[in-house]
Design a protein around this ligand. Structure first.
Ligand SMILES: [Zn+2]
Length: 210
């Protein structure tokens, strides 16, 4: 299964990514992990990225694209992969399509998590983070892991969430449109229990990939 995940902040995409990667026995590839691996190993691409970051600049798409391309040559993607956090724009989606076309291994599906804005705001704004172990939890007064005091991150305040959502929609709407046109888009509702959402995803994906 070769899969891309798309979803707004607060839709539980990261959690679902782990379950789906385990279900299909494929690696969960996030751009964050690729960056960390390249920086840690001091690869030429990692050093290039570090140069930009040290100057306080964004790492350009060309470097990210090369890292993804390199990652997709590793042996563990023989069975497929789940990409999370890439592509972030239509230009990257086109690069990905070209990389996979060259390998004759096109995507099977792009799974979109759909959640109403009010639900996203409600979830994120009730999230609290532990001052001691930094674990996030929803609707708690003390940390369920260590009993520490919790606080609300700046990012999880309602006015900031609204901003994050509008940035997400601006960036993602064109990607969703691109993949719908390609006939790859599979959209599921991201409300309810974690296990329900996983089941829903697997059922929806079974229609495009047995
Ligand atoms: Zn804690």
């Amino acid at each position: 299964m070769r899969l891309v995940l798309v979803g707004p902040p607060g839709a539980g995409k990261g959690t679902q990514a782990q379950f789906l990667a385990a279900h299909y026995s494929i690696p969960h590839i996030s751009t964050g992990d690729i960056f960390r691996a390249n920086l840690k190993a001091g690869t030429p691409l990692g050093l290039q990225a570090k140069g930009f970051m040290d100057n306080g600049e964004l790492v350009p798409d060309s470097v990210t694209n090369e890292m993804v391309k390199d990652r997709l040559t590793h042996d563990d993607v023989a069975n497929g992969f789940l990409l999370d956090g890439f592509p972030r724009n239509v230009a990257q989606a086109e690069v990905l399509r070209a990389i996979l076309a060259e390998k004759k291994t096109p995507l099977h599906a792009v799974l979109e998590f759909s959640l109403a804005n009010e639900e996203i705001v409600a979830r994120l704004s009730s999230r609290r983070t532990c001052k001691d172990c930094f674990q996030p939890s929803v609707g708690v007064e003390k940390c369920p892991s260590c009993g520490g005091d919790v606080y609300q991150r700046e990012d999880d305040k309602e006015e900031v969430i609204a901003k994050r959502l509008s940035v997400y929609q601006e960036q993602t709407a064109p990607i969703v449109h691109f993949y719908r046109t390609e006939g790859l888009l599979v959209t599921i509702a991201a409300d309810g229990e974690v296990s329900e959402i996983t089941d829903r995803a697997i059922t929806a994906l079974s229609r495009v990939h047995g």
